[in-house]
Write a new protein. Sequence first.
Length: 135
Amino acid sequence: MIRTQVIGNLGKDCTTNQVNGRNVINFSVAHSERFKDAQGVQKEKTIWVECAYWTEKSGVAPYLRKGQQVFVEGAPDLRTYTRNDGSAGATLTLNVRSIQLLGASQRDDEDEGTVSKGASLADAGVAMGSDDLPF
């Protein structure tokens, strides 16, 4: 099995759908790296990872909001497609097995810190180490 780990910030609020009686929570995570090019100029590169979290419970969804920093782990899936102009395209999707909320979201100040920082979310949707999460 190939396992991929990503730490980054959500680019937008998640969406939740039901497929064959199971919940799938979709969200995108941006990971940015800063580096200097050959001329010594500071550059930044951002990679977007589309995430699909298949779960029986969707209690984590309210916490997966734009700006929230997360650690996600799962199996990568490369999907290819053909663009409207006929050219080939590809997207990296992560089939998420575990999610951990890291730090504060950008909206925490507005919500008076309702996100439980550092809460770990198991595959079953059970919060480990936090009584604040409803799953």
